[in-house]
Design a protein around this ligand. Structure first.
Ligand code: MN
Length: 393
């Protein structure tokens, strides 16, 4: 937990990864213990500050693997998730975690229809649980579930009582993903103004704004961002670790010291373990993010990568690809043939380009290198530059 402690001391924004908790709560996703251990190690090597490792009260494998993760003595802090009751927290204590998340709903709709109780009951139980955890020297995040639909005055009262009972931060949960960046900025600014408490953003992607909302919260003064690898998580998922870290670095100028070169590798591993494929246009780690087909883009990138790339592919563990397809231009075609030791003249490149266009339109996709070579061989034959197509292979 050294990295976490240093982060607290230096007051830097911190990443709280919940792939192993919220990520595994995705309908249909289960990790084996071996996968969980590997993911925890990979997250730690990457440089996240806190790992929410699971829910000890579930017992069995879930509890065992949390103990094992703790035994690795990672640089990251290891947090366990709890409902606001002492029984849950006792299970967390068994696991020797250094931090606990204590969760309870704060919105009237949850209090009335899920908990079927009152705001007073919520406050009383939260305070009891926090006081108990505080006596055991745990770092405490109090999670306001459905915070984004909660009455702000009540949330302020909730935060103040949590703080008085010994809580270290408030997790602001946009449980059903209804925030937008402008409202996020307003609410978080006001909450910090009224309580002075450390805030963690926990955002969901139901409207495709999880990353944007997390960053808006940070801009308003929140100091922790809850993330998951690939944005895994309930329903549409959470803010994605790779998106938040790279956006912070390149759009906000905040470098968290994360080993970004490991992103593709980590994301691929979690994609496999979760059975959720990485789609090609996935921001940051999708295979398409550094693939250029259009003639103008490919020509620009070949002359100077910064014309169409914000950062280099190596920075996230990817490679640049020039794809030959309907929108390719002659400089990309020439470059592709140079890879095969063939120097095309301008005229040849132009002729091949029109052949490539008609074939890709027929096929409705880009071409494999081998197909490109067939087109080239046909071209040579038609031009009577070779006697036959039977070039032995
Ligand atoms: Mn969640």
């Amino acid at each position: 937990m050294k990295r976490f402690q240093e982060g607290l001391d230096n007051k830097v924004p911190m990443l709280v990864d919940t792939t192993l908790r919220d990520g595994e709560q995705t309908a249909g996703v289960v990790f084996s213990n071996r996968e969980k251990l590997r993911i925890a190690k990979m997250l730690d090597n990457l440089g996240v500050h806190q790992i929410e490792a699971g829910i000890p009260v579930m017992g069995g494998d879930e509890k065992e693997v949390i103990k094992e993760i703790v035994s690795y003595k990672l640089q990251a802090s290891i947090m366990a998730w709890n409902r606001a009751n002492i029984e849950d927290i006792k299970h967390s204590l068994d696991c020797n975690v250094d931090a606990v998340a204590i969760s309870i709903s704060t919105s009237d709709i949850h209090i009335a229809h899920k908990l079927r109780t009152s705001r007073e009951w919520v406050l009383k139980n939260m305070v009891k649980a926090v006081e108990f955890a505080s006596k055991h020297n745990l770092y405490i995040s109090v999670n306001a579930e459905d915070a984004s639909r909660s009455d702000l005055d009540f949330l302020v009262e909730f935060a103040k009582q949590a703080q008085a009972a010994g809580a270290n931060r408030l997790r602001f949960c946009d449980t059903i993903g209804v925030l937008e960046p402008f409202k996020t900025y307003e609410v978080i600014s006001s909450l910090i103004d009224k309580t002075g408490m450390d805030i963690e953003m926990h955002t969901h992607n139901d409207f495709g704004m999880a990353t944007a909302n997390a960053l808006a919260g940070l801009k308003a003064g929140a100091s922790f961002i809850g993330v998951t690898v690939n944005g895994l998580g309930e329903r549409a998922g959470n803010a994605a670790l790779e998106e938040v870290a790279m956006a912070l670095k390149h759009l906000f100028g905040v470098n968290l010291g994360v080993n970004t070169r490991d992103f593709r590798n980590l994301c691929e591993y979690v994609a496999r373990a979760s059975g959720r494929q990485l789609y090609p246009s996935k921001p940051i780690v999708g295979t398409n993010t550094f693939a250029h087909e259009s003639g103008i883009h490919a020509d620009g990138v070949l002359k100077h990568p910064a014309t169409y790339e914000v950062y280099s592919p190596e920075e996230v563990g990817l490679e640049r690809q020039i794809v030959i397809g309907k929108h390719s231009g002659s400089s990309a075609i020439k470059m592709k043939f140079v890879e095969y030791g063939i120097d095309l003249s301008d005229e040849e490149a132009a002729d091949l380009l029109s052949a490539v266009r008609s074939v890709t339109v027929d096929m409705k996709r880009t071409l494999f290198d081998k197909e490109l070579m067939y087109i080239y061989e046909d071209y040579l034959y038609e031009k009577k530059l070779v006697p036959s197509l039977d070039k032995s292979e």
